[in-house]
Design a binder for this molecule. Structure first.
Ligand SMILES: *Cc1c(COP(=O)(O)O)cnc(C)c1O
Length: 415
């Protein structure tokens, strides 16, 4: 027998040890479409409970938007269910080209290439455009998919301290002997919700002759005055060489991603990026829904404006309640608890109060940085936020954390 009892025992023990360390991730079953209110079966086997969702990447409330759903249905009718092919054999339809053109215009770039996901875009892009003579200089907090993509690329890897421009400048000076330099960052960092200093990064890159790569997964559609992203917010539209982003968050939330940027770099990906060449095309139903999403967000900034209002209101509610939140302007609002068990206990009590928010702790964030990451959506109405705020206040009072500083929380609960 290939899967011998020795192997089975080893894996069972490994999983048991994850449980023992409190690191075992348990899925929760949602009996509803994505939205501000969802029905969640938790723990498994219990009847679904209606709760306010404070942890989706559904920033613009488009994941179950009726017009997006209708466009997806129509796409299914006119272009079928699947293509049964990668793009370059017989998997490219007119609507793929149309979506790539629309994304190019929305992101303010020269060309765009769709990928099955942004994880795939990040896995393929570096290897397709860089080689041994080059160097990749990445912010130390970039997303895991970027780390993986860099591993697949033969260029030298280096990092700079998170958002530390002096450190980045030193690295750029140090690597002037390389053929190409590429500075790599997230636009909005997913755990803290802070924005990259893209204006300064672009200035340094131009000074030291480097390309700039930005992953805009937590920004596309809502950061910047018209929602184009961090580059719009920082006033550097048109000066980013490569943008990767996902259709799986604000832009409808289904799946798919893209590489967008300088025409030659995108074309190199079309020729060489392995997840593009060797994985199936994005399904017509998703392409059709995404086309509608781009139309909706290009026609009006109503949704991103509402999200901005919701974000400010939510931040003010938590601050008034005396909770310790990470300052910032993105709709990612982490409530800092530092202690992993406290984060889990607070999340469980919030669920009992009808609020769905998840605790994050090591290894997703650094040790001693446990938190509950709340995320706002344009689907939230004021009454949702008022109810969630009241629940946070009640649960915070129960655990005696309201009004405490970071040091006081750590003193009381340990790390
Ligand atoms: C979510 C996310 C991804 C992955 O996107 P998928 O399309 O779901 O693969 C990549 N990068 C960042 C920064 C993300 O937040």
């Amino acid at each position: 027998m290939a899967y011998a009892s020795k192997a089975r025992e080893w894996y069972a023990k490994e999983l048991e040890s994850l449980r023992g360390q409190g690191l075992f991730k348990q899925e929760r079953f949602i009996h509803a479409p994505q939205g501000a209110e969802i029905e969640v079966e938790f723990p498994a086997g219990s009847p679904p409970k209606r709760v306010i969702n404070m942890c989706a990447n559904n920033y613009l409330g488009l994941s179950s938007h009726p017009e997006v759903v209708a466009a997806a249905h129509a796409g299914l009718d006119v272009r079928g269910y699947g293509l049964s092919s990668v793009r370059f054999i017989c998997g490219t339809q007119d609507i793929h080209r149309e979506l790539e053109r629309k994304l190019t215009s929305f992101l303010g770039t020269e060309d765009t290439l769709l990928f099955p996901s942004c994880m795939d875009a990040n896995a393929g892009v570096f290897e397709a455009v860089l080689s041994e003579q080059d160097v990749m200089i990445a912010d130390r907090l970039v997303h895991a998919s970027i780390v993986d993509g860099m591993r697949l690329c033969k260029a030298m890897t280096d990092t700079f301290k998170h958002s530390d421009m002096e450190h980045l400048e030193e690295k750029l000076q140090e690597h002037q002997d390389k053929r190409f330099r590429m500075v790599i960052t997230d636009g909005v960092f997913s755990m803290d919700g802070d924005l990259a200093k893209l204006d300064e990064i672009v200035r340094l890159a131009e000074k030291y002759d480097a390309m700039v790569f930005v992953d805009e997964s937590h920004a596309s559609g809502f950061i910047g005055k018209t929602g184009r992203g961090t580059h719009e917010h920082c006033g550097v539209l048109g000066r980013i060489d490569i943008i990767t982003t996902t259709l799986g968050k604000a832009l409808g939330g289904a799946s798919g991603g893209c590489v967008s940027g300088r025409a030659e770099l995108v074309e190199m990906c079309r020729q060489r990026a392995r997840p593009y060449l060797f994985s199936n095309t994005v399904a017509p139903v998703i392409v059709s829904g995404a086309l509608k999403v781009i139309d909706l967000i290009s026609a009006t900034t109503e949704r991103r404006d509402k999200l901005e209002w919701n974000t400010k209101y939510w931040r003010s509610l938590l601050t008034a309640a005396g909770l310790d939140i990470k300052a910032g302007e993105s709709p990612i609002v982490p409530v800092m608890l530092y202690n992993a068990k406290l984060a889990q206990d607070v999340a469980r009590d919030l669920f009992d109060e009808g609020i769905y928010a998840v605790g994050f702790f090591f290894p997703v964030v650094a040790k001693g940085q446990a938190r509950i990451r709340t995320q706002l959506s344009a689907a939230h109405e004021r009454h949702h936020l008022d109810a969630a705020g009241a629940a946070f206040r009640k649960v915070g009072a129960k655990h005696g954390i309201l009004g405490l500083t970071k040091n006081q929380i750590i003193e009381k609960f340990g790390l």
